[in-house]
Structure formats: structure tokens, C-alpha cells
Design a protein around this ligand. Structure first.
Ligand code: SF4
Ligand code: SF4
Length: 182
């Protein structure tokens, strides 16, 4: 691993949820204007947002919102628990900020994920773990065609998220070089 890769892993993908959000805000402040001016990044963001919306629409067609709301009221609650916020990373948080999402940790979130708002998850682009998590309630209630669609659409989001992540990391590397950082 190069020293820059090690720096990225250490800085963007580890630490507490609060620290990762602080780093994401610093990245937005420092590199956001150049990212906003980059057509490739803007196109990547637009494609990712479209795919995330298509996945959301598919999930709604499967009535997953209703299933999750009902699950969350049962003993033990839903799966958006406090520790899940650790699955965020600064690049995924930066992606949401670049899309204009108001990313704020919810005060008094208690046992819930700090990004679970009154209307559900705050993010347009969720952590990979949340995207791929299909619990037994979902697996047993959905028909195979809907599930296949869910996997396909989630895969399309993750693929585009990975491509955009590479573009954002390259833009950060470029900015760091220009600023004389190693
Ligand atoms: S994904 Fe599954 S465990 Fe999580 S809230 Fe929905 S139904 Fe419940
Ligand atoms: S889906 Fe959103 S609210 Fe739920 S655990 Fe993941 S990040 Fe948190």
C-alpha cells in the first residue's frame, strides 16, 4: 500500500462516525469547488443519484418502507441501530454533501443510528453495508422476481458509487499535490 493509500484509509475510512463527518465537511470545504467544476464528477454524481432513486422506487414497489416501519416498532426494533453509523466513511458522506443532502447527526438518537431521521435514513447515498443488508423479513416476504430486481438495482448503485469514489479520491490526490502535501 502506498503512503497515500495508507493516509486515505486512515483518514477517510476509520474513526468514529462524528470524526468521519468532520473530515467529510473539511473535504467539501477544501475540494468541493473543484469537484463541482469537474464535468466528470458532476456526471458521476448525477448517474449515481439516478440509480439510487431507481433503487428507492423499487424498494417502495416492494412495500419495504411499510415492512421496516412495522419492524421498527417490535421488540428489538429495526436494523438501523446506533452501531450502524460506523459503516459510514468520509467519501460516502462527502458524496451526500455534494448532492446537497443536509447531513447532520441526529441529537438524542439513543439506540438508533444517528442518521435515522423522522422520515427514515437521511442519506441519498447509503453506506455499502446498508445497501446490501437484506434481513430475513425481506427475504421471506418478497417474491423471487422482486428480490432479483433488488439485487440488480443495488448492484448498479454500488458499481456507480465505486466509480465515483475513485474519481473523488483522484480529485483529492490532485488537490493535495497542488497544495504540496505528500
Ligand atoms: S431491513 Fe429488515 S430488520 Fe431492518 S427495519 Fe427493515 S424489516 Fe426490519
Ligand atoms: S440505512 Fe441509514 S439510518 Fe439506517 S443504518 Fe444505514 S445509514 Fe443509518
Amino acid at each position: 500500500m502506498s503512503s497515500q493509500d495508507a493516509f486515505f484509509v486512515q483518514t477517510f475510512y476509520s474513526g468514529t462516525a462524528a470524526l468521519k463527518l468532520r473530515v467529510a465537511r473539511e473535504l467539501q470545504e477544501r475540494y468541493g469547488p473543484a469537484m463541482t467544476a469537474c464535468p466528470e464528477i458532476q456526471e458521476g454524481l448525477a448517474q449515481l443519484h439516478d440509480r439510487a432513486r431507481a433503487l428507492e422506487a423499487h424498494m417502495q414497489s416492494m412495500q419495504l418502507g411499510r415492512l421496516c416501519r412495522s419492524c421498527a416498532t417490535q421488540t428489538g426494533g429495526g436494523c438501523c441501530s446506533a452501531s450502524m453509523a460506523d459503516n459510514t466513511d468520509s467519501i460516502m458522506l462527502l458524496t451526500n454533501l455534494l448532492l446537497g443532502i443536509e447531513v447532520h447527526r441526529q441529537p438524542h438518537h439513543g439506540e438508533n443510528c444517528c442518521y435515522l431521521g423522522a422520515q427514515g435514513c437521511l442519506f441519498a447515498i447509503k453506506p455499502f453495508f446498508c445497501l446490501t443488508y437484506n434481513c430475513t423479513h425481506i427475504l421471506t416476504s418478497a417474491d423471487s422476481l422482486s428480490l432479483a430486481g433488488l439485487y440488480q438495482q443495488a448492484g448498479a448503485v454500488m458499481g456507480q458509487q465505486g466509480r465515483l469514489e475513485a474519481l473523488l479520491l483522484a480529485a483529492i490526490s490532485h488537490g493535495r499535490r497542488e497544495q504540496g502535501s505528500s
